[in-house]
Ligand binder design. Structure first.
Ligand SMILES: Cc1cc2nc3c(=O)[nH]c(=O)nc-3n(C[C@H](O)[C@H](O)[C@H](O)COP(=O)(O)O)c2cc1C
Length: 197
């Protein structure tokens, strides 16, 4: 299953409607070129004062299996199960301080924007990308000696689409289930707090 476009209320760009979070992966490696492209997309994200606080730690099973395994082992068991074939994990982190040592309150926002560019570029390349908060951040920090002023935010797995029939039945159903969102009026207000747009 490679396609699960959002049933949007009004038409939006195919790239945005078409991106989703698949779990059926093949073990085929992601090419160096594809990896460069998704990271390049992230690099060109906007950020507050153009500080570019994001840092991505890339784990490519085909080039460094030891590091990949170390990162993989920090995933919660649920995420380990459906990522068993994943060839690439990318950890999204961000510097939390400016060069002057002040708190950069936009740092996680900027890193999220860069991560979204990354997953959209992956989708444009026909790859599956799935973001995860389900991993042990402290174990990751320890395993990779992440500095104290860097926030570890999310993990993204990247793969070629696989066969959904190889997923366990519960996940197979989830893979096919409708994509849902809150109604627009719940998330967009018109000139006043809580006044539905
Ligand atoms: C920051 C973040 C963390 C997430 N963590 C997990 C996770 O740990 N495991 C998982 O299976 N999906 C995870 N997801 C995927 C969400 O469940 C998914 O984006 C949401 O259900 C909407 O589905 P869609 O991306 O297909 O539109 C995460 C997504 C984001 C953005």
């Amino acid at each position: 299953m490679t396609n699960k476009p959002a049933p949007t209320d009004v038409p939006i760009h195919e790239l945005i409607a078409g991106r989703w979070s698949p779990r059926a992966y093949s073990s085929e490696p992601v090419s160096r070129e594809q990896l460069r492209a998704v990271l390049e997309a992230a690099r060109w994200a906007p950020s507050s004062y153009n500080m570019q606080p994001w840092r991505f730690v890339v784990f490519d099973r085909s080039t460094d299996e030891v590091a990949f395994k170390k990162a993989f082992n920090t995933l919660v068991p649920f995420n380990q199960a459906w990522n068993a074939n994943a060839p690439v994990l990318i950890c999204v982190t961000t510097h939390t301080l400016t060069s002057k040592g002040d708190v950069n309150r936009c740092a996680p926002y900027d890193a999220g924007a860069a991560a979204m560019s990354l997953v959209l570029q992956a989708h444009a390349l026909g790859l599956a990308a799935h973001q995860m908060s389900g991993f042990d951040v402290n174990a990751f920090r320890k395993a990779f000696s992440v500095p104290d002023d860097v926030e570890v935010i999310a993990m993204i797995s990247l793969a070629h689409y696989g066969d959904i029939d190889k997923l366990d039945p519960v996940l197979r159903e989830r893979e096919k289930s409708a994509r849902v969102r809150l109604p627009l009026g719940d998330v967009a207000y018109a000139g006043a707090w809580n006044k539905a747009f």
